[in-house]
Design a protein around this ligand. Structure first.
Ligand code: BG6
Length: 510
Protein backbone atom coordinates (compact mmCIF):
# COMPACT_ATOMS: atom_id res chain seq x y z
CA UNK A 1 0.00 0.00 0.00
CA UNK A 2 2.70 2.45 1.09
CA UNK A 3 4.52 2.25 -2.24
CA UNK A 4 1.36 3.49 -4.00
CA UNK A 5 1.33 6.63 -1.92
CA UNK A 6 2.24 9.74 -3.84
CA UNK A 7 2.87 12.32 -1.23
CA UNK A 8 2.26 15.97 -1.99
CA UNK A 9 5.24 18.19 -2.77
CA UNK A 10 6.71 20.25 0.08
CA UNK A 11 3.91 22.41 1.44
CA UNK A 12 3.33 25.23 3.87
CA UNK A 13 -0.23 25.16 5.19
CA UNK A 14 -1.42 28.47 6.62
CA UNK A 15 -4.64 28.33 8.63
CA UNK A 16 -6.35 31.67 9.16
CA UNK A 17 -8.72 31.32 12.11
CA UNK A 18 -6.43 28.86 13.86
CA UNK A 19 -8.17 28.98 17.22
CA UNK A 20 -11.62 28.38 15.79
CA UNK A 21 -13.85 25.38 16.15
CA UNK A 22 -13.24 24.10 12.66
CA UNK A 23 -9.48 24.06 13.17
CA UNK A 24 -9.58 22.25 16.48
CA UNK A 25 -12.44 19.84 15.68
CA UNK A 26 -11.80 19.06 12.00
CA UNK A 27 -8.57 20.40 10.50
CA UNK A 28 -6.11 19.44 13.25
CA UNK A 29 -7.49 15.87 13.57
CA UNK A 30 -7.44 15.52 9.78
CA UNK A 31 -3.81 16.69 9.49
CA UNK A 32 -2.85 14.46 12.40
CA UNK A 33 -4.36 11.39 10.76
CA UNK A 34 -2.81 12.26 7.41
CA UNK A 35 0.57 12.37 9.12
CA UNK A 36 0.06 9.03 10.85
CA UNK A 37 -1.15 7.49 7.60
CA UNK A 38 2.03 8.82 5.93
CA UNK A 39 0.23 11.09 3.49
CA UNK A 40 1.80 14.37 4.59
CA UNK A 41 4.63 15.75 2.43
CA UNK A 42 8.24 14.87 3.34
CA UNK A 43 8.72 18.56 4.07
CA UNK A 44 5.87 20.58 5.47
CA UNK A 45 4.95 23.17 8.07
CA UNK A 46 1.65 24.42 9.44
CA UNK A 47 1.30 28.04 10.50
CA UNK A 48 -1.75 28.89 12.59
CA UNK A 49 -2.80 32.54 12.35
CA UNK A 50 -5.37 34.14 14.61
CA UNK A 51 -5.92 37.36 16.53
CA UNK A 52 -6.06 35.61 19.91
CA UNK A 53 -3.32 36.23 22.42
CA UNK A 54 -2.04 32.70 22.84
CA UNK A 55 1.39 31.34 23.64
CA UNK A 56 2.74 28.61 21.40
CA UNK A 57 2.09 26.10 24.22
CA UNK A 58 -1.49 27.25 24.74
CA UNK A 59 -2.15 26.95 21.03
CA UNK A 60 -0.75 23.43 20.94
CA UNK A 61 -2.82 22.44 23.95
CA UNK A 62 -5.98 23.65 22.20
CA UNK A 63 -5.09 21.60 19.16
CA UNK A 64 -4.31 18.54 21.23
CA UNK A 65 -7.65 18.77 23.04
CA UNK A 66 -9.32 19.06 19.64
CA UNK A 67 -7.48 16.03 18.25
CA UNK A 68 -8.04 13.97 21.41
CA UNK A 69 -11.77 14.68 21.30
CA UNK A 70 -12.35 14.34 17.58
CA UNK A 71 -9.77 12.15 15.89
CA UNK A 72 -11.09 8.86 14.49
CA UNK A 73 -8.05 7.27 16.14
CA UNK A 74 -9.14 8.42 19.60
CA UNK A 75 -6.65 9.98 22.01
CA UNK A 76 -3.15 10.90 20.92
CA UNK A 77 -0.07 9.20 22.32
CA UNK A 78 2.73 11.48 23.58
CA UNK A 79 5.14 10.25 20.98
CA UNK A 80 2.84 10.75 18.03
CA UNK A 81 1.59 14.07 19.35
CA UNK A 82 5.08 15.44 19.86
CA UNK A 83 6.01 14.59 16.30
CA UNK A 84 2.87 16.30 14.97
CA UNK A 85 3.21 19.34 17.22
CA UNK A 86 6.76 19.90 15.90
CA UNK A 87 5.32 21.01 12.54
CA UNK A 88 3.22 23.85 14.00
CA UNK A 89 3.90 27.48 14.71
CA UNK A 90 1.47 30.11 15.90
CA UNK A 91 1.31 33.68 14.63
CA UNK A 92 -0.84 36.14 16.51
CA UNK A 93 -1.98 38.64 13.94
CA UNK A 94 -4.55 41.11 12.75
CA UNK A 95 -6.01 39.85 9.44
CA UNK A 96 -6.54 43.38 8.21
CA UNK A 97 -2.92 44.65 8.59
CA UNK A 98 -0.38 44.32 5.76
CA UNK A 99 2.49 43.62 8.18
CA UNK A 100 0.75 40.36 9.16
CA UNK A 101 1.38 39.11 5.65
CA UNK A 102 4.94 40.42 5.50
CA UNK A 103 5.76 38.49 8.67
CA UNK A 104 4.09 35.43 7.20
CA UNK A 105 5.99 35.76 3.93
CA UNK A 106 9.31 36.12 5.79
CA UNK A 107 8.56 33.01 7.82
CA UNK A 108 7.67 31.04 4.70
CA UNK A 109 10.82 32.24 2.95
CA UNK A 110 12.93 31.01 5.91
CA UNK A 111 11.32 27.58 5.72
CA UNK A 112 11.96 27.37 1.99
CA UNK A 113 15.59 28.40 2.38
CA UNK A 114 15.99 25.64 4.93
CA UNK A 115 14.26 23.11 2.62
CA UNK A 116 16.09 24.36 -0.46
CA UNK A 117 12.93 24.56 -2.55
CA UNK A 118 9.92 26.78 -3.33
CA UNK A 119 7.07 24.95 -1.55
CA UNK A 120 3.38 24.79 -2.36
CA UNK A 121 1.37 27.28 -0.31
CA UNK A 122 -2.07 26.34 0.97
CA UNK A 123 -3.96 29.22 2.56
CA UNK A 124 -6.94 27.89 4.48
CA UNK A 125 -9.54 30.52 5.31
CA UNK A 126 -11.48 29.28 8.29
CA UNK A 127 -12.67 32.75 9.26
CA UNK A 128 -15.87 34.79 9.57
CA UNK A 129 -17.05 36.01 6.17
CA UNK A 130 -15.98 39.63 6.78
CA UNK A 131 -12.31 38.58 6.91
CA UNK A 132 -12.23 36.85 3.54
CA UNK A 133 -11.80 40.10 1.65
CA UNK A 134 -8.90 41.58 3.65
CA UNK A 135 -7.08 38.26 3.70
CA UNK A 136 -7.54 37.69 -0.02
CA UNK A 137 -6.55 41.29 -0.89
CA UNK A 138 -3.43 41.20 1.27
CA UNK A 139 -2.33 37.80 -0.01
CA UNK A 140 -2.93 38.99 -3.53
CA UNK A 141 -0.37 41.75 -3.04
CA UNK A 142 2.43 39.33 -2.29
CA UNK A 143 4.42 36.74 -4.21
CA UNK A 144 3.45 34.02 -1.71
CA UNK A 145 0.04 33.60 -3.37
CA UNK A 146 0.87 34.35 -6.99
CA UNK A 147 2.11 31.03 -8.34
CA UNK A 148 -0.95 29.67 -10.13
CA UNK A 149 0.32 26.10 -10.01
CA UNK A 150 1.51 26.00 -6.43
CA UNK A 151 -0.43 28.50 -4.38
CA UNK A 152 -4.00 27.70 -3.41
CA UNK A 153 -6.65 29.27 -1.27
CA UNK A 154 -9.27 27.15 0.48
CA UNK A 155 -12.53 28.89 1.34
CA UNK A 156 -14.94 27.45 3.87
CA UNK A 157 -18.68 27.81 3.78
CA UNK A 158 -20.83 29.82 4.07
CA UNK A 159 -19.92 30.90 0.56
CA UNK A 160 -22.09 34.01 0.50
CA UNK A 161 -25.54 34.16 2.05
CA UNK A 162 -27.48 34.55 -1.18
CA UNK A 163 -26.88 34.70 -4.91
CA UNK A 164 -25.80 38.35 -4.87
CA UNK A 165 -23.21 37.96 -2.09
CA UNK A 166 -21.89 34.68 -3.53
CA UNK A 167 -21.46 36.32 -6.93
CA UNK A 168 -19.68 39.28 -5.33
CA UNK A 169 -17.38 36.92 -3.42
CA UNK A 170 -16.57 35.00 -6.59
CA UNK A 171 -15.82 38.28 -8.33
CA UNK A 172 -13.52 39.36 -5.54
CA UNK A 173 -11.62 36.05 -5.43
CA UNK A 174 -11.34 35.55 -9.18
CA UNK A 175 -10.12 39.14 -9.46
CA UNK A 176 -7.14 38.22 -7.27
CA UNK A 177 -6.54 34.51 -7.96
CA UNK A 178 -6.99 32.18 -10.90
CA UNK A 179 -10.12 30.03 -10.60
CA UNK A 180 -7.83 26.98 -10.53
CA UNK A 181 -6.24 28.31 -7.32
CA UNK A 182 -9.57 28.61 -5.47
CA UNK A 183 -10.81 25.57 -3.51
CA UNK A 184 -14.36 26.08 -2.20
CA UNK A 185 -15.17 23.42 0.36
CA UNK A 186 -18.32 21.37 0.60
CA UNK A 187 -17.23 18.72 3.07
CA UNK A 188 -19.96 16.30 1.95
CA UNK A 189 -18.00 15.74 -1.24
CA UNK A 190 -15.10 14.39 0.81
CA UNK A 191 -17.17 11.68 2.46
CA UNK A 192 -16.23 8.17 1.33
CA UNK A 193 -19.81 7.13 0.71
CA UNK A 194 -20.45 10.22 -1.40
CA UNK A 195 -17.37 9.63 -3.54
CA UNK A 196 -18.48 6.05 -3.91
CA UNK A 197 -21.63 7.16 -5.75
CA UNK A 198 -19.41 7.86 -8.77
CA UNK A 199 -17.77 4.45 -8.54
CA UNK A 200 -21.11 2.74 -8.07
CA UNK A 201 -22.69 4.45 -11.05
CA UNK A 202 -19.81 4.63 -13.49
CA UNK A 203 -17.58 1.64 -12.69
CA UNK A 204 -20.43 -0.88 -13.06
CA UNK A 205 -22.40 -1.71 -16.14
CA UNK A 206 -25.60 -2.97 -14.52
CA UNK A 207 -27.00 0.21 -12.99
CA UNK A 208 -26.57 2.83 -15.68
CA UNK A 209 -29.04 1.34 -18.20
CA UNK A 210 -31.86 1.60 -15.66
CA UNK A 211 -30.78 4.95 -14.20
CA UNK A 212 -33.45 7.05 -15.85
CA UNK A 213 -37.12 7.97 -16.07
CA UNK A 214 -38.04 4.66 -17.70
CA UNK A 215 -37.19 2.72 -14.56
CA UNK A 216 -36.94 5.20 -11.70
CA UNK A 217 -40.12 6.43 -10.06
CA UNK A 218 -38.61 8.98 -7.68
CA UNK A 219 -35.46 9.83 -5.74
CA UNK A 220 -35.25 10.86 -2.10
CA UNK A 221 -32.37 12.40 -0.20
CA UNK A 222 -32.52 12.66 3.57
CA UNK A 223 -29.88 14.31 5.75
CA UNK A 224 -31.18 14.16 9.30
CA UNK A 225 -29.35 15.25 12.43
CA UNK A 226 -30.25 14.76 16.08
CA UNK A 227 -28.22 17.75 17.25
CA UNK A 228 -29.81 21.17 17.61
CA UNK A 229 -27.91 24.33 16.72
CA UNK A 230 -25.44 23.65 19.55
CA UNK A 231 -23.35 26.76 20.26
CA UNK A 232 -23.83 28.17 16.74
CA UNK A 233 -27.12 29.98 17.34
CA UNK A 234 -25.67 33.33 16.24
CA UNK A 235 -24.62 32.02 12.87
CA UNK A 236 -27.51 29.65 12.33
CA UNK A 237 -30.26 32.12 13.08
CA UNK A 238 -29.11 34.19 10.09
CA UNK A 239 -28.82 31.11 7.96
CA UNK A 240 -31.35 28.29 8.38
CA UNK A 241 -31.58 24.83 6.84
CA UNK A 242 -32.00 26.03 3.26
CA UNK A 243 -28.76 28.03 3.28
CA UNK A 244 -26.85 25.82 5.69
CA UNK A 245 -27.59 22.43 4.11
CA UNK A 246 -29.79 22.40 0.99
CA UNK A 247 -27.92 25.01 -1.08
CA UNK A 248 -24.69 23.05 -0.71
CA UNK A 249 -24.68 19.51 0.69
CA UNK A 250 -28.07 18.30 -0.52
CA UNK A 251 -27.80 19.78 -3.99
CA UNK A 252 -24.33 18.26 -4.35
CA UNK A 253 -25.69 14.84 -3.45
CA UNK A 254 -28.47 15.34 -5.96
CA UNK A 255 -25.91 16.22 -8.64
CA UNK A 256 -23.99 13.01 -7.98
CA UNK A 257 -27.15 10.96 -8.47
CA UNK A 258 -28.42 12.82 -11.51
CA UNK A 259 -25.27 13.69 -13.50
CA UNK A 260 -24.42 12.20 -16.87
CA UNK A 261 -21.41 9.86 -17.10
CA UNK A 262 -18.22 11.94 -17.32
CA UNK A 263 -15.83 11.22 -20.18
CA UNK A 264 -12.87 11.33 -17.79
CA UNK A 265 -12.14 11.79 -14.12
CA UNK A 266 -10.66 15.26 -14.65
CA UNK A 267 -11.83 17.87 -12.15
CA UNK A 268 -13.43 20.09 -14.76
CA UNK A 269 -15.16 17.27 -16.56
CA UNK A 270 -16.84 16.06 -13.35
CA UNK A 271 -17.72 19.61 -12.37
CA UNK A 272 -19.16 20.34 -15.82
CA UNK A 273 -21.47 17.34 -15.56
CA UNK A 274 -22.65 18.52 -12.15
CA UNK A 275 -23.29 22.04 -13.36
CA UNK A 276 -25.36 20.53 -16.20
CA UNK A 277 -27.62 19.03 -13.53
CA UNK A 278 -28.03 22.33 -11.73
CA UNK A 279 -28.87 24.02 -15.00
CA UNK A 280 -31.44 21.33 -15.84
CA UNK A 281 -33.20 21.75 -12.52
CA UNK A 282 -36.51 23.53 -12.81
CA UNK A 283 -36.50 26.84 -10.99
CA UNK A 284 -39.34 26.96 -8.49
CA UNK A 285 -41.45 30.07 -9.00
CA UNK A 286 -42.21 32.22 -5.97
CA UNK A 287 -45.92 31.49 -6.29
CA UNK A 288 -45.25 27.73 -6.30
CA UNK A 289 -43.05 27.61 -3.22
CA UNK A 290 -45.85 26.55 -0.88
CA UNK A 291 -46.58 23.56 -3.15
CA UNK A 292 -42.97 22.51 -3.59
CA UNK A 293 -41.25 23.27 -0.29
CA UNK A 294 -41.90 22.79 3.40
CA UNK A 295 -40.19 24.48 6.31
CA UNK A 296 -40.06 23.54 9.96
CA UNK A 297 -38.65 24.70 13.25
CA UNK A 298 -38.13 22.42 16.22
CA UNK A 299 -39.90 22.98 19.51
CA UNK A 300 -38.77 21.64 22.84
CA UNK A 301 -39.05 17.95 23.51
CA UNK A 302 -37.33 14.80 24.64
CA UNK A 303 -34.46 13.18 22.85
CA UNK A 304 -32.92 9.92 24.02
CA UNK A 305 -34.30 10.47 27.53
CA UNK A 306 -33.10 14.05 27.82
CA UNK A 307 -35.21 17.17 27.75
CA UNK A 308 -34.01 19.50 25.01
CA UNK A 309 -34.89 23.16 24.46
CA UNK A 310 -36.85 24.44 21.49
CA UNK A 311 -34.97 26.34 18.78
CA UNK A 312 -36.27 29.71 20.00
CA UNK A 313 -34.85 28.98 23.46
CA UNK A 314 -31.35 28.22 22.17
CA UNK A 315 -28.46 30.56 22.96
CA UNK A 316 -27.91 33.24 20.31
CA UNK A 317 -31.35 32.70 18.74
CA UNK A 318 -34.05 35.35 18.52
CA UNK A 319 -36.97 34.19 20.74
CA UNK A 320 -39.33 35.02 17.87
CA UNK A 321 -37.10 33.61 15.18
CA UNK A 322 -38.57 32.74 11.79
CA UNK A 323 -35.49 30.68 10.82
CA UNK A 324 -36.19 27.16 9.59
CA UNK A 325 -34.34 24.22 11.12
CA UNK A 326 -36.00 21.79 8.72
CA UNK A 327 -36.51 22.03 4.98
CA UNK A 328 -37.99 19.67 2.43
CA UNK A 329 -38.19 20.42 -1.29
CA UNK A 330 -39.52 18.66 -4.34
CA UNK A 331 -37.31 19.36 -7.35
CA UNK A 332 -37.69 18.44 -11.00
CA UNK A 333 -35.11 18.18 -13.75
CA UNK A 334 -35.95 19.18 -17.27
CA UNK A 335 -33.87 16.83 -19.38
CA UNK A 336 -34.35 13.54 -21.22
CA UNK A 337 -33.05 11.33 -18.45
CA UNK A 338 -35.12 12.73 -15.61
CA UNK A 339 -38.23 14.31 -17.05
CA UNK A 340 -41.17 13.59 -14.71
CA UNK A 341 -39.07 12.03 -11.90
CA UNK A 342 -39.42 13.98 -8.64
CA UNK A 343 -36.34 14.45 -6.49
CA UNK A 344 -37.43 14.94 -2.87
CA UNK A 345 -34.81 16.29 -0.48
CA UNK A 346 -35.15 16.97 3.22
CA UNK A 347 -32.88 17.92 6.08
CA UNK A 348 -33.46 18.89 9.66
CA UNK A 349 -31.98 19.28 13.09
CA UNK A 350 -33.24 17.50 16.22
CA UNK A 351 -34.71 14.71 14.17
CA UNK A 352 -35.37 11.18 15.26
CA UNK A 353 -31.97 9.85 14.31
CA UNK A 354 -28.71 10.88 12.68
CA UNK A 355 -29.14 9.45 9.27
CA UNK A 356 -28.14 10.45 5.74
CA UNK A 357 -29.18 8.40 2.76
CA UNK A 358 -30.29 8.48 -0.84
CA UNK A 359 -33.20 6.30 -1.94
CA UNK A 360 -33.78 5.41 -5.56
CA UNK A 361 -37.27 4.02 -5.92
CA UNK A 362 -37.89 2.02 -9.10
CA UNK A 363 -41.19 1.71 -10.90
CA UNK A 364 -43.50 -1.23 -10.21
CA UNK A 365 -43.24 -4.16 -12.62
CA UNK A 366 -45.14 -3.38 -15.82
CA UNK A 367 -47.32 -6.48 -15.61
CA UNK A 368 -48.25 -8.49 -12.55
CA UNK A 369 -48.16 -12.16 -13.50
CA UNK A 370 -48.42 -13.58 -9.98
CA UNK A 371 -51.85 -14.13 -8.45
CA UNK A 372 -53.03 -11.44 -6.08
CA UNK A 373 -52.62 -13.58 -2.96
CA UNK A 374 -48.93 -14.10 -3.78
CA UNK A 375 -48.15 -10.45 -3.97
CA UNK A 376 -49.77 -8.95 -0.92
CA UNK A 377 -46.39 -7.76 0.36
CA UNK A 378 -44.97 -6.88 -3.00
CA UNK A 379 -43.01 -3.63 -3.10
CA UNK A 380 -41.19 -1.98 -5.98
CA UNK A 381 -37.42 -2.34 -6.17
CA UNK A 382 -35.51 0.17 -4.17
CA UNK A 383 -31.85 1.05 -3.89
CA UNK A 384 -30.63 2.83 -0.78
CA UNK A 385 -27.23 4.48 -0.56
CA UNK A 386 -26.46 4.96 3.12
CA UNK A 387 -24.07 7.83 3.66
CA UNK A 388 -23.83 8.02 7.44
CA UNK A 389 -23.59 6.78 10.10
CA UNK A 390 -24.33 3.46 8.41
CA UNK A 391 -22.19 3.28 5.29
CA UNK A 392 -23.25 1.03 2.47
CA UNK A 393 -25.70 0.21 -0.26
CA UNK A 394 -28.85 -1.90 -0.11
CA UNK A 395 -30.98 -3.24 -2.92
CA UNK A 396 -34.51 -4.32 -2.19
CA UNK A 397 -36.06 -6.96 -4.40
CA UNK A 398 -38.78 -9.59 -4.24
CA UNK A 399 -38.12 -13.19 -3.31
CA UNK A 400 -40.27 -16.26 -2.87
CA UNK A 401 -40.84 -17.24 0.74
CA UNK A 402 -39.70 -20.81 1.37
CA UNK A 403 -42.65 -23.20 1.45
CA UNK A 404 -45.25 -24.83 -0.78
CA UNK A 405 -47.08 -21.59 -1.50
CA UNK A 406 -45.95 -18.95 -3.98
CA UNK A 407 -45.73 -16.03 -1.57
CA UNK A 408 -43.55 -13.07 -2.43
CA UNK A 409 -41.70 -10.90 0.07
CA UNK A 410 -39.29 -7.99 -0.17
CA UNK A 411 -35.70 -8.91 0.85
CA UNK A 412 -32.46 -6.94 0.85
CA UNK A 413 -29.05 -7.44 -0.64
CA UNK A 414 -26.56 -5.46 1.42
CA UNK A 415 -23.08 -4.06 0.85
CA UNK A 416 -21.61 -2.73 4.05
CA UNK A 417 -18.31 -0.86 4.09
CA UNK A 418 -17.12 -2.17 7.43
CA UNK A 419 -17.73 -5.80 6.55
CA UNK A 420 -16.38 -5.48 3.02
CA UNK A 421 -13.18 -3.60 3.73
CA UNK A 422 -12.39 -3.76 7.43
CA UNK A 423 -10.38 -0.57 7.19
CA UNK A 424 -11.31 2.71 8.74
CA UNK A 425 -12.53 5.27 6.22
CA UNK A 426 -10.74 8.63 6.32
CA UNK A 427 -12.75 11.61 7.48
CA UNK A 428 -13.99 13.99 4.78
CA UNK A 429 -11.51 16.71 5.82
CA UNK A 430 -8.56 14.32 5.46
CA UNK A 431 -9.52 13.63 1.86
CA UNK A 432 -10.17 17.28 1.08
CA UNK A 433 -6.98 18.58 2.69
CA UNK A 434 -4.91 15.99 0.88
CA UNK A 435 -6.59 16.81 -2.45
CA UNK A 436 -5.97 20.51 -1.91
CA UNK A 437 -2.29 19.85 -1.12
CA UNK A 438 -2.06 17.73 -4.27
CA UNK A 439 -3.83 20.30 -6.42
CA UNK A 440 -6.84 18.11 -7.24
CA UNK A 441 -9.98 20.25 -7.32
CA UNK A 442 -12.45 17.50 -8.33
CA UNK A 443 -14.19 17.49 -4.96
CA UNK A 444 -14.32 21.27 -4.62
CA UNK A 445 -16.93 23.71 -5.85
CA UNK A 446 -16.34 25.88 -8.87
CA UNK A 447 -17.69 29.44 -9.02
CA UNK A 448 -20.46 28.61 -11.48
CA UNK A 449 -21.58 25.61 -9.40
CA UNK A 450 -21.99 27.73 -6.30
CA UNK A 451 -23.91 30.41 -8.16
CA UNK A 452 -26.20 27.93 -9.95
CA UNK A 453 -27.03 26.30 -6.61
CA UNK A 454 -27.85 29.67 -5.04
CA UNK A 455 -30.03 30.62 -7.98
CA UNK A 456 -32.13 27.49 -7.39
CA UNK A 457 -32.86 28.09 -3.74
CA UNK A 458 -33.31 31.87 -3.87
CA UNK A 459 -37.06 31.86 -4.67
CA UNK A 460 -37.67 29.61 -1.66
CA UNK A 461 -35.52 31.70 0.66
CA UNK A 462 -37.10 34.94 -0.53
CA UNK A 463 -40.63 33.60 -0.15
CA UNK A 464 -39.97 32.26 3.34
CA UNK A 465 -38.31 35.46 4.45
CA UNK A 466 -41.12 37.61 3.16
CA UNK A 467 -43.81 35.49 4.85
CA UNK A 468 -42.90 34.50 8.41
CA UNK A 469 -44.38 31.16 9.40
CA UNK A 470 -47.44 31.34 11.62
CA UNK A 471 -46.90 27.77 12.75
CA UNK A 472 -43.35 27.74 14.16
CA UNK A 473 -42.37 25.73 16.10
CA UNK A 474 -44.05 22.95 14.16
CA UNK A 475 -42.15 19.76 14.99
CA UNK A 476 -40.93 18.24 18.20
CA UNK A 477 -37.48 16.84 18.86
CA UNK A 478 -37.19 13.13 18.04
CA UNK A 479 -39.59 13.23 15.07
CA UNK A 480 -39.01 13.26 11.32
CA UNK A 481 -40.07 16.88 10.97
CA UNK A 482 -43.41 18.60 10.38
CA UNK A 483 -46.50 16.81 9.11
CA UNK A 484 -46.45 19.02 6.02
CA UNK A 485 -43.30 17.21 4.86
CA UNK A 486 -45.29 13.96 4.76
CA UNK A 487 -48.07 15.72 2.88
CA UNK A 488 -45.57 16.99 0.27
CA UNK A 489 -45.00 13.38 -0.80
CA UNK A 490 -48.49 12.11 -0.04
CA UNK A 491 -49.84 14.45 -2.72
CA UNK A 492 -47.85 12.37 -5.24
CA UNK A 493 -48.88 9.08 -3.61
CA UNK A 494 -45.44 8.57 -2.02
CA UNK A 495 -43.97 8.37 1.48
CA UNK A 496 -40.50 9.06 2.84
CA UNK A 497 -38.62 5.81 2.84
CA UNK A 498 -36.74 6.53 6.05
CA UNK A 499 -39.08 6.68 8.99
CA UNK A 500 -39.81 4.60 12.03
CA UNK A 501 -43.56 4.30 12.44
CA UNK A 502 -43.38 3.06 16.02
CA UNK A 503 -41.48 6.11 17.11
CA UNK A 504 -43.43 8.67 15.18
CA UNK A 505 -44.93 11.37 17.28
CA UNK A 506 -47.52 13.97 16.58
CA UNK A 507 -45.75 16.89 15.03
CA UNK A 508 -47.77 19.42 16.95
CA UNK A 509 -45.80 20.99 19.74
CA UNK A 510 -46.50 23.12 22.77
C1 BG6 B 1 -22.37 21.79 8.20
C2 BG6 B 1 -23.53 22.57 8.71
O1 BG6 B 1 -21.99 22.22 6.92
O2 BG6 B 1 -22.73 20.41 8.13
C3 BG6 B 1 -23.99 22.06 10.06
O3 BG6 B 1 -23.15 23.94 8.83
C4 BG6 B 1 -24.25 20.57 10.00
O4 BG6 B 1 -25.13 22.75 10.53
C5 BG6 B 1 -23.07 19.85 9.38
O5 BG6 B 1 -24.46 20.11 11.34
C6 BG6 B 1 -23.40 18.38 9.15
O6 BG6 B 1 -22.24 17.72 8.74
P1 BG6 B 1 -22.05 16.17 9.02
O7 BG6 B 1 -20.77 15.84 8.35
O8 BG6 B 1 -22.04 15.99 10.50
O9 BG6 B 1 -23.23 15.50 8.39
Amino acid sequence: MTDQIKKPDPTVVVIFGAKGDLTTRKLAPALYNLLLDKWMPEKFAIIGVSHHDLSHEQFLQLLRDGVDGNSRRGKTTDEEWNEFAGYFTYQRADFTKPDTYETLAAHMADLETEWGTRANHLFYLSVSPQFIEPIAQNLGNLAIAKDRDRDRIVVEKPFGRDLATATALNKLLTGIFQESQIYRIDHYLGKETVQNILAFRFANVIFEPIWNRNYIDFVQITVAETVGVEHRGNYYDKSGAMRDMVQNHLLQLLCMVAMEPPTSFQADEIRNRKVDVLHAMRKIRHEDVSQSAVRGQYGSGWLKGEQVPGYREEEGVNPESNTETFAAVKFHLDNWRWQGVPFYVRTGKRMHEKHSSITIQFRPVPHQSFPEESTENMQPNRLIINIQPEMGIKVRFQAKRPGQLMLLNPVEMVFNYEDAYRVEAPEAYETLLLDAMQGDATLFMRADQVEAAWALVMPIIETWESKPSLHFPNYAADTWGPEAAEALLARDGHTWSVQSPTKRKAAAVK
